[in-house]
Write a protein that binds this ligand. Structure first.
Ligand code: F6R
Length: 613
């Protein structure tokens, strides 16, 4: 989704800003722009399409000296919400005087009424965006104190924002603020970098300040002064970033997605390390911040998330019920606060989010807290809004996930959910021996995934038989049902093949009508309870001409013989098997998308972190 970079320091700001935008490309966007301060004037360059287009445009239109002498600017990648991705709608936007520039993430919900008000005062707008309205409002309030003008304007707006504002009348500073959309300030040596995502800061410094909602900061090359919207100073700690620049590169792989799939033995190792207690047959998850007694008193677990994180939650639902005998349910985060969730202090709500910034999940977290539930998070991005607002939870430690399609976050989410369920299970039905056996199974997940990755070349060959279809159906049952849905999501988002995940038993209740000669059915038919029924469902598909690709357990010749093609996963506990099974589907989706010539890391229309509801 949209990305912000701001820079004030001693380096060539246009280059720093464009490099920063490149670091944010993975988030998904459709236009880009930059505004810099040059000899007392704001100079803007914007372009639809990629950051490389913006770079070429700025370098050919601007004199080389401008790159050398400009040390202050703001830049943006836009994921269109209000108006199509044209040059005029791209950020930065200028106020009426042309002396104030602003970039903005989020949505100003009352922009229409503000626009009418400003038009009545003679303001002329060039774009269809809500952002242009906000910068005009700032200009309207500016009486020589930009900070105060931004405060006054932000008091008027409803909605969400992360902004960076630059004024030709007050050089030497950038004003930045947030409500519901992240802003991180990198504190360098004689330079300060503002960004909506740590990836744009990494190359400069590891020392960062995370703004909280309704914080507004005056940033110079040497200082960061943070206040609230009533001009009262607030203190925010400087934190160390938990990632390095190398982790944000492709490391020799053709795509971030392939790199991240291959990283899974390591990322799982990091997610698990130090968290299994083989002596007690349990797990040690200090971030949960609960006593064994509080856990024993829990009545219900509610898992919330969106997309891939939602599907990880569905695996978690099986785990909490199977291992801990506790009622568990999954709720789609966007719906949560609109449906009067019945919650109390004995309900554990687990918000699952790779980015920790998903607006729907964040809104659900706030609702759950308001209702007095016991709320915790399962995030990957350290210091993200959801992680901070829940205050307790478990980090994935999967490392930065750059590819828009989530891979290693899913497997780590499942691994952590299994550890959470194990912890709860030990307070309930699990004996120490049961716990030790299950802990061993979790410990083994990196090796299980490694065995699937070894089949990469074979999976690439199998993909060729499926890449030319326009529809594909994934089936599974038990914990493999969410795996089927996640496999379908991976395929549709990166290859643009219409793919659906169905419960294997549900096919005959309708979807089977879609099958024609050659329709691909991807069946997750590993050797877990219910397998024989899934094999029966496969025969029903075959009888209607479908081509079957099975995910089967190593050595299960009966299942393999039922398939036209198959990929194996090692024999393991049915819940643990979701992890290698999904890796097989990630590789399948990747190779199909590659064969179709798709832009794998940045699929059309998608954003890495979805900060609008
Ligand atoms: C799919 C994908 C999305 C995200 C969803 C939630 O590959 O990445 O479906 O899972 O947008 O994002 P997070 O986990 O950041 O809350």
């Amino acid at each position: 989704m949209c990305g912000i970079v701001g820079y004030i320091g001693k380096a060539d700001a246009p280059t720093v800003l464009i490099n920063g935008l490149r670091r944010l490309e993975y988030r998904g966007y459709d236009s880009a722009g930059i505004a810099i301060l040059d000899e007392g004037r704001i100079v803007v360059s914007k372009a639809p399409g990629k950051v490389s287009v913006l770079n070429e445009q700025a370098r050919s239109a601007w004199p080389a000296a401008r790159f050398d002498r400009c040390t202050t600017g703001i830049a943006h990648t836009r994921w269109a919400t209000h108006g199509p991705p044209t040059e005029v709608n791209a950020h930065p936007h200028l106020d009426q005087s042309g002396e104030i520039a602003m970039v903005h993430n989020g949505i100003i919900e009352n922009y229409r009424s503000l626009r009418v008000r400003l038009e009545a005062k003679g303001h002329q707008f060039h774009s269809e965006t809500d952002t242009e309205v906000l910068v005009h409002l700032i200009g309207e309030y500016d009486r020589g104190d930009l900070f105060q003008a931004v405060c006054d304007a932000l008091h008027q707006v409803e909605g969400t924002f992360g902004i960076a504002v630059l004024s030709a009348r007050e050089p030497g500073k950038i004003i930045t603020a947030r409500r519901g959309s992240p802003i991180i300030i990198g504190v360098g040596d004689g330079e300060t970098i503002i960004a909506s995502d740590a990836a744009a800061i990494l190359a400069h410094t590891q020392r960062v300040i995370y703004l909280d909602d309704n914080d507004i900061a005056v940033v110079t090359a040497e200082s960061v002064d943070i206040r609230d919207l009533h001009n009262i100073p607030v203190t925010r700690e400087i934190a160390e970033l938990d990632m390095d620049a190398a982790a944000a590169g492709k490391g020799g792989f053709d795509h971030f997605m392939l790199k991240e799939i291959h990283e899974q033995p390591d990322s799982l190792g990091n997610a698990i390390r130090g968290r299994l207690d083989f002596n007690q047959g349990s797990s040690v998850l200090a971030g949960m911040g609960t006593s064994q007694r509080e856990l024993a008193e829990l009545r219900r677990v509610v898992l919330i998330g969106c997309g891939t994180s939602l599907y990880a939650g569905l695996v978690g639902e099986f785990a909490f019920e199977d291992l801990a005998d506790i009622h568990a349910e999954v709720q789609q985060a966007a719906e949560f606060r609109y449906r009067n969730p019945i919650l109390g202090s004995r309900d554990l709500v687990i918000a699952i989010s790779q980015s920790g910034e998903t607006a729907d999940t964040l809104a659900a977290v706030r609702e759950a807290k308001q209702k007095g539930a016991f709320v915790m998070s399962l995030c990957n991005v350290v210091g993200s809004t959801i992680a901070r607002e829940t205050g307790r939870g478990v980090y994935l430690h999967a490392g930065p996930e750059i590819s828009v399609a989530s891979t290693k976050a899913f497997t780590c989410q499942v691994a952590v959910l299994l550890m959470m369920a194990l912890k709860l299970g030990r307070g309930r039905r699990f004996s120490r021996d049961d716990g030790m056996r299950f802990a061993k199974e979790i410990e083994n997940t990196p090796a299980l995934v490694g065995r699937v990755i070894q089949q990469n070349a074979r999976i690439a060959e199998i993909a060729a038989a499926y890449a030319h279809h326009e529809h594909a159906f994934f089936i599974g049952r038990g914990p493999m049902y969410p795996v089927a849905m996640e496999g379908a999501l991976k395929l549709k988002e990166i290859s643009y093949i219409h793919a659906e995940g169905f419960h294997a038993a549900e096919l005959k209740h309708g979807p089977i009508a879609l099958l024609v000669q050659g329709t691909p059915i991807i069946a997750i038919a590993c050797d877990i309870p219910g397998k024989s029924k899934t094999l029966g469902n496969i025969e029903e598909c075959r009888a209607r001409g479908a081509r079957i690709l099975g995910i089967v357990t190593e050595g299960d010749d009966e299942a393999a013989a039922s398939m036209d093609d198959f990929i194996t996963i090692p024999r393991c506990h049915p819940l643990v098997a979701t992890i290698p099974a999904v890796v097989a589907l990630q590789l399948l989706a990747y190779h199909i998308a590659r064969l179709r010539g798709c832009e794998i890391d940045q699929p059309r229309n998608l954003a890495k972190s979805v900060t609008v509801e």
